[in-house]
Design a protein around this ligand. Sequence first.
Ligand code: GN1
Ligand code: MG
Length: 380
Amino acid sequence: MIEKIIRKFGIEGEIISVSENKSGIINSTFVVIVKKDNGIVEKYLVQKINTSVFLEPYKLMKNIEEVTSYLQTQIKKEHDSEHKVLNVIKARNGKSLCYLESCDGERDYYRIYKYIDNAVSYDGSVDPHIIYNVGKAFGNFQKLLRNYPIGRLLEIIPNFHSTDIRYKKFMEDVRFDSEDRVMDVAKEIVFILKREDICSLITEQLGTESVPYRVTHNDTKVSNVLINKETGEYLAVIDLDTVMPGSLLFDYGDGVRSTASTAKEDEKDLSKVSLDLELFRAYTDGYLSEMAPFITYEELSLMPESIRIITLELAIRFLNDYINGDTYFKTSYETHNLDRARNQIALVADIESKMEKIRSIIFELYDKYKEKSITRSRKK
Ligand code: GN1
Ligand code: MG
């Protein structure tokens, strides 16, 4: 199968190895090493797109091609030779996707990226230097794209981070209870019900001058930043499938959720789940070192809540998938989504207990960078 695909992308030579990378829970990803006829060994990232999640794969690739080429230009303008941008390989037919027909006549869509070498990605890290760099990478991503013509971006999954809409859909599915699982998760449902009011805090302001639409990554997990193996600094932002118009609060909140938790997203021992304030500070520091001059006061004021909101949103999504019979996220065992939901609920509870500290750290770091940028612009 892999051989058929790479040939469609004009990649010749002998396949030396194929290994699956299992860190994503939507698409399937393979690292393929090929020895060219001239002896040179090249690495590629081959991905099968999950078309029950991404219904229009060509639209998704259009966003990715345009955003990566814009980023390339920005990086060149800044004479930045340290950082990399995902490099989409075109197929023989000039498109950035190819498909193979499966035995049941369905089309499986594949794309290929050049593999970025000298890089490592983490499913989690307790090193503040790494987490600072993950925050910096996503801050830099938004900074470089701040003047991108947002009207050109297509909405790949509508209302992806509309927590209020996800809440309503969740409540409908709870009422429907198609798999007869609701009785077992009453406690978790009540936890979510009690927080209905925070679900619309970001979306009700989205699109105004206070909380403008920006190019957002929408999946700012720690594993979506490649880190330079030698320096520990960021090398590239990857997984651009969900790049869409959105609020920077989605990215910031999800970034903290993913990087500052003391446990993996599916850790069952909930006593291990909490928000590490040092890692949270490191992420926020890195993020604001890039973005502080560009955010509005309203965005800044919502940053603390965004962490709580996006974590609650993930709890809703995992629990919703569990009560629907696990049709969206990949699972490895029967209660995998339920465990993920409980984990995120425990994280929300811990975040709530630390809200005052979270708020004061965000404002302290913002002031630090704001001061710097005012001094810089005065000097000019
Ligand atoms: C999914 O598969 P992956 O890791 O790229 C999901 C994200 C969730 C994440 C939770 C398109 O991302 O929204 O935050 O799982 N992506 C989609 O681990 O739904
Ligand atoms: Mg993703």
